[in-house]
Design a protein around this ligand. Structure first.
Ligand code: ZN
Ligand code: ZN
Length: 190
């Protein structure tokens, strides 16, 4: 990735700049009001960035090293793992666990912090599957009783962790899910 491409991605994904702004201020090309951001759009499309990516990495610390992994991870957690409905002391917490795992902004902050390897077993999708696995990882929401309040806001670093598909599936084999320590202990014993 060229330094200019990085600046363009950062401006769009982190700073919510418009195509026209990027074209004028980073690419130093004229950008007339009608359709003037076309050149900038071309660069973003080359990296698979869609219109809904604008500002999606707001407050995420991006570097030329992690930005491609983060981009590849953007849409990789769409699969539905059986939703869980939690009861505490008789009260129904209606929000499904997985809704937190699919929040793209929270996902990105989590992955910018932890990277895209499985936190339980260290599995690295790119290492095993090559290009097709680059940036692929699932994000798991660690539930704790304390976190299950009605006005709960997810903390992307304390409450979310990256897990490979296997460890993630195992985590959800019980409800509330197995903790990271429990999964790690299972792996060591087997
Ligand atoms: Zn794993
Ligand atoms: Zn999960």
């Amino acid at each position: 990735m060229t330094p200019e491409d990085f600046q363009i991605l950062k401006a769009y994904l982190c700073e919510s700049k418009s195509h026209r702004w990027i074209q004028e201020n980073i690419m130093k090309l004229p950008a007339p009001p009608n359709g003037g951001g076309y050149k900038a759009m071309e660069v973003l499309h080359r990296y698979g960035v869609k219109a809904d990516g604008k500002g999606i990495l707001n407050e995420v610390n991006v570097t030329p090293e992690n930005i491609l992994d983060l981009l590849n991870s953007l849409y990789s957690n769409e699969e539905e793992i059986n939703s869980e409905i939690i009861y505490i002391e008789g009260a129904l917490i209606s929000k499904s666990v997985n809704s937190y795992e699919r929040n793209p902004r929270a996902r990105m902050k989590c992955l910018a912090h932890y990277g895209v390897k499985c936190l339980a077993c260290g599995f690295d999708f790119e290492k095993v599957y090559g290009k097709a696995g680059k940036g692929y990882i699932e994000v798991h929401h660690l539930l704790s009783l304390a976190s299950l309040k009605r006005e709960y806001t997810v903390n992307p670093i304390e409450d979310l962790i990256p897990l490979c598909a296997n460890c993630h599936a195992i985590a959800h084999r019980k409800s509330p899910s197995f903790t990271l320590m429990e999964i790690k202990a299972m792996i060591c014993k087997s």
